[in-house]
Design a protein around this ligand. Structure first.
Ligand SMILES: [Fe+2]
Length: 279
């Protein structure tokens, strides 16, 4: 069990295009990632690690991953990434060759240990499809990896949410075999958080009794349409990411998720004057 807090920043759904190309003809995802990297680099204290939870590229192509590498180069923090439905396993493996993938071929699962806290990155992508699924190889690996150190807290990261958000067109392409994930999570109380992406908006629930989140994006958000009133759409809302801080304590400690807006904001300003009195 780790003895000091561990802070994991999660960014998601970068949708990087070839240089000079806008996503959906409208969103400058490259500039959005630049602003995101600036905010990450300015966090004080700095997070221990960054997880990118899928859709790093958009169509995807070699050129997009090359642009992604260029845009992530200024990031001062260590990071790892898991694919989303807009990614290619092969192109992503080639673009991020130093990652410690669990398998030489197929799903890009990873286990990362930060001061005794386990981050398990699960590849929920299904080549050529928008929905998510954890294949048999990944489910077996997850169960065995969780069983290998039952005393250590673990955070799971995957692209596709395993729950319904109420946004119909996204729910139809979420993690289709979520029931199989329930069975595994229920066997391993060390799982303290399930953190996902895909919907580009901050969402919180519980899944198999575990706090479960969707991370907002640095660019555009899926339209908050809970009654299918409109065609599938997006809005350019305030960009943000998540900061998951694990605090030590009994029963695997406690995870707190902060929603962090991206950009420059007025402050910080002191609450108290030089005389120690509240201003
Ligand atoms: Fe996605």
């Amino acid at each position: 069990m780790p003895s000091k807090p561990v802070c994991i920043a999660q960014i998601s759904d970068l949708h990087i295009k070839a240089p000079g190309t806008l996503a959906y003809g409208r969103v400058d995802t490259a500039s959005a990632l630049e602003r995101c990297v600036t905010t990450l680099n300015e966090l004080d204290p700095a997070p221990d690690f960054v997880v990118i939870s899928g859709d790093l590229a958009d169509t995807p192509t070699d050129e997009e991953y090359e642009n992604l590498r260029h845009l992530l180069a200024p990031l001062k923090l260590p990071f790892a990434a898991v694919p989303g439905n807009h990614d290619s396993r092969e192109l992503m493996r080639a673009a991020l060759p130093l990652a410690d993938y669990a398998f030489q071929y197929g799903p890009l699962n990873q286990r990362i240990e930060i001061d005794g806290l386990a981050l398990l990155l699960l590849d929920s992508s299904v080549p050529g499809k928008p929905h998510g699924e954890l294949d048999a190889q990944t489910l077996t690996w997850l169960d065995a990896t969780l069983a290998s150190a039952p005393e250590r807290p673990a955070l799971l990261f995957l692209h596709h949410p395993p729950f319904m958000t109420g946004i119909g067109h996204m729910d139809r392409q979420n993690l289709l075999n979520a029931g199989e994930l329930v069975s595994i999570v229920e066997r391993h109380p060390r799982v303290q958080l399930i953190a996902t992406g895909h919907v580009h908006r901050a969402t919180f629930t519980t899944f198999a009794g575990v706090p479960t989140t969707i991370c907002p994006a640095p660019n555009h958000a899926v339209d908050l349409d809970l009654a299918e009133l409109r065609e599938p759409s997006f809005r350019v809302e305030p960009p943000a990411f998540h900061l998951h801080t694990w605090f030590p304590g009994a029963d695997f400690g406690n995870v707190v998720t902060h929603h962090v807006p991206i950009g420059k904001f007025d402050g910080p300003h002191p609450f108290f004057g030089p005389d120690g009195k509240l201003l």
